[in-house]
Design a protein around this ligand. Structure first.
Ligand code: ADP
Ligand code: MG
Length: 373
């Protein structure tokens, strides 16, 4: 257990923590290999293709590919806090970036982890792993985080009393839906802000959980309720934003003098696909434009917050449900990390450049976070 809990003399410790941004490159999928070989079959230049994407620990260089005129693109270089290459698994991502966020909530610092990128680049895989696969089951960072949290709770339960509650919501078409409730009225929840409570969603169901198995059950139940694509395919909609909240309440029982309890929160955010125009053109146009509304608003807020010359300017968090809920994750007292997922396929050059530009801008956000205990 982190020995800082409740024993720290520095209360409300203020720390400057930047908004950290990581990139994860997933492996090339079989269907992408086929598409690439079709596209480049006439004048394929394997050396050039394999040189398309280069990385070191913190940089990504997308190279010029001349094999096909439509892919005559400029070289671009982007910097991040760390770039995870395609051979890196979820467990490594957990232990390098997510575990620290769990340590934060144990120390009374609110935390957020969000997955960003176009559909098919590995956001859900990173968050939840192959949750429905029977073979090759890989846990998501979210499950590693929950296991780790409960391990820490068991280690510290002599001196600290913990309560863990979870809630899970989806923003789809600018509607907030409770993923853990079957009640129809919970399909259209409000987002409210109060001065001493911050932003919250009244009537969102919250369940106390005692172990990681029960959290997993809730997540599975919630994921099944995530809005499915119009085609009825059995995949999560690429158009919904899902936010899992783990609220950790802790009370020091060893120290009889200090009796108050404190609640810190961890938001795990699986954002909708960031592609422009949509991958299934024509299907649910309305839906697409509303999803864009949330993602566009997120982009606007990130741009303003990351621009030092605009310091102090008005941030339009109220423009979308997503930015209202993520207000403190973006500009307030929450330590936030973003994992931007990309494909290594040169056929997705434009979208990859968009993702990386968006994500590298977020790195300029400066945050101050303080301990609640
Ligand atoms: P997204 O949620 O961004 O739309 P998914 O997580 O559903 O994308 O991933 C799309 C496909 O790519 C899935 O079949 C998934 O199993 C596979 N995939 C994604 N990331 C990885 C990875 N790191 N390793 C292996 N397969 C991956
Ligand atoms: Mg997904």
């Amino acid at each position: 257990m982190n020995e800082n809990i409740f024993s720290s003399k520095e209360t409300n410790l203020c720390k400057n923590i930047p908004f950290r941004v990581f990139v994860r490159i997933r492996p090339l999928l079989e269907k992408e290999k086929v598409l690439i070989s079709e596209k480049f079959k006439e004048n394929s230049n394997n050396a050039e293709l394999s040189d398309y994407l280069n990385t070191d620990e913190s940089k990504i260089r997308l190279s010029h590919i001349s094999s096909s005129e439509s892919y005559l693109k400029k070289e671009k270089i982007f910097s991040f806090d760390y770039v995870f290459k395609s051979n890196i698994d979820n467990e490594t991502i957990f232990s390098n970036v997510i575990r620290q966020q769990v340590d934060n909530i144990l120390q009374g610092i609110n935390a957020t982890a969000m997955m960003y990128g176009i559909t098919g680049t590995g956001k859900t895989h990173t968050m939840f792993g192959d949750i429905y696969e029977e073979i090759n089951f890989e846990k998501g960072v979210c499950m590693y985080a929950i296991d780790y949290l409960f391990d820490k709770i068991v280690q510290a339960r002599e001196s600290v009393e913990f309560k863990v509650k979870i809630s899970y919501l989806e923003i789809y078409n600018e509607q907030v839906k409770d993923l853990l409730s079957n009640k129809e009225e919970n399909d259209h929840l409000m987002v409210v802000e109060e001065p001493n409570r911050g932003v919250f969603v009244p009537n969102l169901s919250e369940y106390e959980v005692l172990d990681s198995e029960s959290v997993l059950k809730f997540i599975m139940r919630g994921n099944q309720r995530r809005t499915m694509a119009a085609t009825g395919s059995n995949v999560f909609s690429s158009r919904s934003h899902a936010i899992l909240q783990i609220a950790l309440n802790q009370k020091n029982i060893a120290n009889k003098i200090k009796d108050e309890s404190v609640t810190s929160k961890f938001l795990l955010v699986d954002l909708a696909g960031s592609e422009r125009g949509g991958l299934e053109k024509g299907i649910r146009a309305q839906e697409g434009s509303n999803i864009n509304k949330s993602l566009l608003a997120l982009g606007t807020c990130i741009n303003l917050l990351s621009d030092k010359s605009k310091k102090g300017s008005f941030i339009p968090y109220r423009d979308s449900k997503l930015t209202r809920i993520l207000k403190d994750s973006l500009g307030g007292n929450i330590s936030t990390i973003m994992i931007s997922c990309i494909s290594p396929s040169p056929l997705l050059y434009d979208e990859t450049v968009n993702t990386l530009s968006y994500a590298s801008r977020a790195r300029n956000i400066e945050k101050k976070v303080f301990k609640l205990i």
